[in-house]
Design a protein around this ligand. Structure first.
Ligand code: HAM
Length: 429
């Protein structure tokens, strides 16, 4: 029979990579907790209208990347392509906006994009959102905490921060008009996608991938020249806070982001080490979104980082992450010995709750079982056979000791837990 395979762009994460993922998730959650953020867990499926309203009808995500389907009741549902919309829906729905809120979430997101290295159809994000504070200090804190995460992951030497300000709505409108006027004058020379966007979403042309369009954009008016005074002051304050904390950045006036909800600050962390998919984290301020989704007017800012890309970067940078190994490995010859191995292992697990205790479950010669024990990385093997059962004492063999004279001992079953905990402490403190 033919084999059923995973869907294109939706990958399994196999055991020899999961320890990297667990390390990454632990470090991120540790840093976020240290900055006072609380975790929120959100559904993977939402009403389609939530995303079209939040992300924008004429964005790539809503136009062509969403997994949208009718449920059995003919309601249009969508697998979340990002987390901000769902998070805003949740804070509105649960009236969580009375105090300033600092939230984070993690999980899979879904976009129907062309899969390639660093670009998946099911990918994973950690997102962070702050509600109820309109100061640049919020953005500075968000950026500082991401910089701390990069250091914790050992990838800080490979990333660059890019910043821009989109200003407020009226200033953006003025800029858009000037941009369109300029682009109309060179319309013939634009790539096809950009020509199409000229009517629907001209600001997105700024991050066109076409080299010839980028060359034309060098002469285009700059967003920063159109900023309103308040947005300018806001942006200056953010840069002052980053400078004071030694965070390096480049201001990129072409950075506009692919989602429509932003105003004022937008930022991305980018890297050259992943090829074309070089953005590992992106976000910004989105003061209008809470109200746009039916809540009371509330300023907000946030970002999301792509975990799949961070894992690739950790691999590229050789970040060292300890691979989990067994601590104790039980080897047993015969059914009666295996039964005893199970009982003894359970008592050991009661005492050594944080250690990994493996019982060899299949049959196999003594020699092949010992080979497995060695490969497991265990500090000690506990060996049980007829002799050991007769004497009610296990043979305990140190597998990593240099002390050649003292590698194997007979230990009464009743003393096994105590002796092994001491041994493990000594050999692998
Ligand atoms: P985004 O820029 O669309 O922003 O996605 C954030 C990050 O998710 C990207 O920088 C990238 O690392 C990762 N990512 C996006 N698409 C893919 C993909 N197909 N495969 C692998 N990784 C991907 C947002 O999603 C906003 N919700 C961020 C935000 C939160 N803004 C404010 N608050």
């Amino acid at each position: 029979m033919s084999q059923i395979r995973a869907i294109r762009g939706m990958s399994d994460i196999l055991p020899d990579e999961t320890h990297l993922w667990q390390h990454l998730e632990r470090e991120i959650s540790r840093v976020l907790t240290a900055y006072g953020y609380s975790e929120i867990r959100l559904p993977v499926v939402e009403q389609t209208a939530l995303f079209s309203r939040a992300i924008g009808e004429v964005t790539d995500i809503v136009e062509k990347e969403m997994y949208t389907f009718p449920d059995r009741n003919d309601e249009s549902l969508t697998l979340r392509p990002e987390g901000t919309a769902g998070c805003v829906r949740a804070v509105n729905q649960h009236s969580m906006l009375n105090t300033q809120r600092k939230l984070w979430y993690a999980g899979p997101m879904f976009r129907y994009e062309r899969p390639q290295k660093g670009r998946q159809r099911q990918f994973h994000q950690v997102g962070v959102e702050v509600f109820g504070n309109d100061s640049a200090a919020v953005e500075a804190e968000l950026i500082l905490l991401t910089a701390r995460i990069w250091r914790a992951l050992g990838i800080d030497g490979e990333v660059q921060l890019q910043l821009n300000s989109l200003g407020d709505q009226p200033s953006r409108k003025r800029y858009k008009a000037a941009l369109v006027e300029y682009l109309r004058s060179v319309e013939e020379q634009l790539d096809e996608d950009s020509r199409r966007r000229l009517d629907s979403n001209p600001m997105r042309i700024l991050d066109s991938k076409s080299a010839s369009t980028q060359a034309l954009l060098a002469q285009a008016p700059s967003l920063l020249d159109y900023l309103d005074d308040e947005s300018s002051a806001h942006f200056a304050r953010l840069r002052e806070l980053l400078d004071a904390n030694g965070i390096e950045y480049v201001v990129n006036p072409g950075l506009v982001r692919g989602l429509d909800y932003y105003n004022r600050t937008v930022f991305e962390w980018v890297t050259d080490s992943l090829g074309a998919q070089g953005t590992i984290c992106g976000g910004g301020r989105y003061d209008g979104l809470v109200e746009q989704l039916g809540g009371k007017p509330t300023p907000a800012a946030g970002f999301a980082m792509g975990l799949d890309r961070l894992v690739l970067m950790m691999q590229a940078c050789g970040t060292s992450v300890p691979v989990p190994m067994a601590d104790v490995y039980f080897v047993a010859a015969g059914d009666a010995a295996q039964t005893m191995a199970f009982r003894l292992a359970e008592t050991l697990r009661d005492v050594l709750a944080s250690k990994t205790i493996v019982v060899h479950c299949s049959a196999g010669s003594f020699k092949s079982q010992m080979k497995k024990a060695d490969k497991s990385g265990a500090t000690v093997a506990v060996i049980l056979g007829d002799n050991e059962l007769d004497q009610q004492a296990a043979t305990v063999k140190k597998l990593r000791s240099d002390d050649k004279d003292n590698q194997q001992n007979s230990v009464p079953f009743a003393e096994l837990a105590g002796v092994i905990s001491e041994l493990i402490q000594k050999e692998d403190p």
